[in-house]
Design a protein around this ligand. Structure first.
Ligand code: MG
Length: 281
């Protein structure tokens, strides 16, 4: 655990290398959102969350994270491996037959760090609220974190959960939305416009913060602010303004790399932009 942003940036660079290599290795998967959310997951697992890589499913007396947009599993698996949940060599099995690292995370493979199956969008917020309420009932003061795509906000269940949490004063929850303006079929504006997200979450009764999602320094400041707003009767949501594909120039700012694997030449081009800092798997 560290607050040294240079060290966190070094971890992020390696995670991004892992992401493009994993998706290239099986010619399948979702690099765009994974690259865009790398800085947030690195900040959570290497600086902010109190968590135990000696994984226990009940999660008592530690902070919990739920990945709701499960298709960005490459970033999740890489961060978990580097945080010590399992050997990074296993990243080479991503999306392969009988691997514990399925394209969308599931629990029955028993991969340490995975608490829910996700990939069917819209469900993770409800699970996180339940976990947060369980912590309150158990007198456990730790926090629950979630991450969602912005396209995922088009799912109705999200807004049921958004209504439920403030009503029930679930104030030990910090949700985050990856606001990259993109989803698999195009921009969110083209597919189903999200409108003013700050105004919407505020109207539902949440504490709303906004930050640059690909700036580790800004993320640490915002996460500290988010933590300071817990325990005051309201859930907290952070709008992360990210670029899909961040870190690889030709993958940035377009939905085209949402669910597309790089070929050999594109992999080489991507890796040339991402320093190997912790050793490739
Ligand atoms: Mg998106």
């Amino acid at each position: 655990m560290t607050t040294d942003t240079n060290e966190l940036k070094r971890v992020a660079s390696q995670v991004r290398r892992d992401i493009v290599r994993m998706v290239h290795g099986c010619q399948s998967g979702h690099p765009g959102g994974s690259l865009g959310c790398t800085d947030y997951l690195v900040a959570l697992y290497f600086s902010v969350m109190e968590h135990n890589p000696d994984f226990k499913m009940d999660g008592i007396n530690e902070d919990l994270f739920f990945l709701s947009n499960g298709h960005i599993s490459p970033v999740f698996y890489s961060v978990l491996a580097h945080a010590g949940y399992f050997d990074k060599a296993e990243l080479a099995t991503f999306r392969k037959l009988n691997s514990r690292l399925q394209g969308h995370p599931t629990t029955h493979e028993h991969l340490p760090g995975i608490r829910i199956a996700s990939g069917s969008l819209g469900q993770g917020l409800s699970v996180a609220i339940g976990a947060a309420q369980a912590k309150k009932l158990n007198g456990d003061k730790h926090l629950v974190f979630t991450l969602h795509g912005d396209g995922e906000l088009q799912e109705g269940q999200i807004w049921e959960a958004a209504m439920y949490a403030p009503h029930n004063k679930v104030d030990n929850l910090i949700a985050a939305i990856d606001v990259n303006g993109q989803q698999i079929d195009g921009s969110t504006k083209q597919v189903l416009s999200l409108g003013d997200l700050n105004a919407k979450w505020t109207a539902f009764g949440w504490e709303v913060l906004e930050t640059k999602g690909n700036d580790i320094d800004a993320l640490l400041v915002t996460l500290a602010e988010a933590k300071s707003r817990t325990g005051q009767g309201k859930p907290v949501v952070i709008l992360l303004h990210t670029d899909m594909g961040y870190g690889v120039d030709f993958m940035m700012g377009t939905h085209k790399w949402h669910g597309t694997a790089p070929n050999d030449a594109q992999l080489a081009q991507a890796l040339a932009q991402l320093e190997e800092t912790l050793g490739d798997y």
